[in-house]
Design a binder for this molecule. Sequence first.
Ligand code: HBI
Ligand code: FE
Length: 293
Amino acid sequence: MDSPELHGLAATGYRPERADWTVDQGWARYTAQEHATWRTLYERQSRLLHGRACAAFVQGLQALPISAQQIPDFDQLNEVLHARTRWQVVAVPGLVPDEVFFEHLAHRRFPAGNFIRTPQQLDYLQEPDVFHDVFGHVPILMNPAMADYIQAYGEGGLKAQRLGFLAQLARVYWYTVEFGLVQEDGQLRIYGAGILSSNTESVFSLDDASPHRIAFDVARVLRTRYRIDDFQETYFVLRDLDQLLELARIDFTPLYRRLQGQPDYEPGDLLPTDTVLQRGSGRYHRERPPLSA
Ligand code: HBI
Ligand code: FE
């Protein structure tokens, strides 16, 4: 992730037309089949997320022009989103280089893939498509704490890149923005977009006995590797979404300094210093080949 090698679209030889890698969403070009794929995914997830997604996500989804009918029009989303938290959605053709991604976030622009997965990829695809990005990420950008936090992550990403700690900072994004859980009225709820846009992980992350569920601790997460190709072995749980505001204000430089020479933790490790909310059985991953990033 912090490697200088090309990844994402750049690795395919794609060269952007604009320096910031944005493209027109091209809403009028979506086919009936593509809108139908959106509908299938939308209906499946909205049924499942009752009592699972955090309140901020549900409220954001209701307030935005996002429905089962069709793939949302980014211009229409932006009217509501910008008025609320000064964020905007911009269309990109796929995974953009890290510094381009961070530059957008630092300016409160969320890069969203404009394409949608094929009917053969309903349950899994590598690249973030419009369903993951818009259904998973955008509703929670209506929440002021998340809005400030993701902007701070963009600024922090540029700095981490310069300091050589991007791989470590990316773990914080992964275990919050993508795969985070949060306490709400004594219950666990989902706020991570990677979970919210996944049919199977929205059940596994909350209900399965296998993964650990641990109170979020930034110094601990900076050292924790993660799985990119399967369910997480550990989910980190926020006390509430306002904890993201504290995280947005942290100066990571002293934390990076303390990381020097310290070993990483594996995705399934439990430490004596962890505040364990639920100790996982580890059963799911014991029965799979190990792979982590
Ligand atoms: N590009 N479009 C897009 N979406 C992402 O989530 C994304 C990206 N480029 C880089 C990236 N994420 C991550 O590798 C960084 O958070 C480290
Ligand atoms: Fe994402």
